[in-house]
Design a protein around this ligand. Sequence first.
Ligand SMILES: CC(C)(COP(=O)(O)OP(=O)(O)OC[C@H]1O[C@@H](n2cnc3c(N)ncnc32)[C@H](O)[C@@H]1OP(=O)(O)O)[C@@H](O)C(=O)NCCC(=O)NCCS
Length: 153
Amino acid sequence: MLLKVVIRRARPSDLGGVVEVENLSFDRPYPPDLFYMFLLLHGDLFYVASVGGLIVGYVVATKRCSGVGHILSLAVRPEWRRRRIGSSLMKAVLEKLKSQGVDQVVLEVAVSNTRAIFFYESLGFQRTSVIKGYYPWGEDAYLMVKRLREDEH
Ligand SMILES: CC(C)(COP(=O)(O)OP(=O)(O)OC[C@H]1O[C@@H](n2cnc3c(N)ncnc32)[C@H](O)[C@@H]1OP(=O)(O)O)[C@@H](O)C(=O)NCCC(=O)NCCS
C-alpha cells in the first residue's frame, strides 16, 4: 500500500510525535517544553509531516524583528529519510516565510553535521561564516543563508 505523506501545520496533539522524532534524531535533543513554546510563539511556521497519523518529521521557523527568517529546528524520523520529506517540510516553511515578506532565511548547523549541510546545500543554502563555540558543548556552527527572491527567475 502506498502511504501518503501529508505536510500540514502542527497541532498540540502532534507534539508527542514531534518530541519522538527529535529524540530519535539528535544526541542532545531539545527539551519537550521548548516545542510547546515553539507552537505557542511560532505556530504559523511550525509544520509536520504525517503518514497515516504517524509524525515522521517536523520543521519550525521564526521571523525575526529584522524581517529575516530563521530555521529553528528540523528533523525526519530516521527510517523515513531520503524520501524528500525534509525537502517538502522546508518548501512549506520557506513558502510561508516568503508570503510574510521574508526574502532572506538563515540557519545554524553543526560543522560535523555533514548530512544536514548537504541537505541544506541541496535547497540552495550557502555557508557564509563559522560561529565559534555556538553550541553549549563547544562545537562550532556554520551560518547558512538562502535568498528567497532569487528563486523567481
Ligand atoms: C537533514 C534531514 C532533515 C534531511 O531530511 P530528508 O528527508 O532525509 O532529506 P531529503 O530526502 O529531502 O533530501 C534532499 C537532498 O538532501 C541531500 N541529502 C539528504 N540527506 C543526505 C545524506 N545523508 N547525505 C548526503 N546528502 C543528503 C541529498 O542531496 C538529497 O537528495 P537525494 O536524496 O535526491 O540525493 C535528516 O537527515 C535529519 O533529520 N537529520 C537529523 C536531524 C538534523 O540533523 N537536522 C538538521 C539540524 S540543523
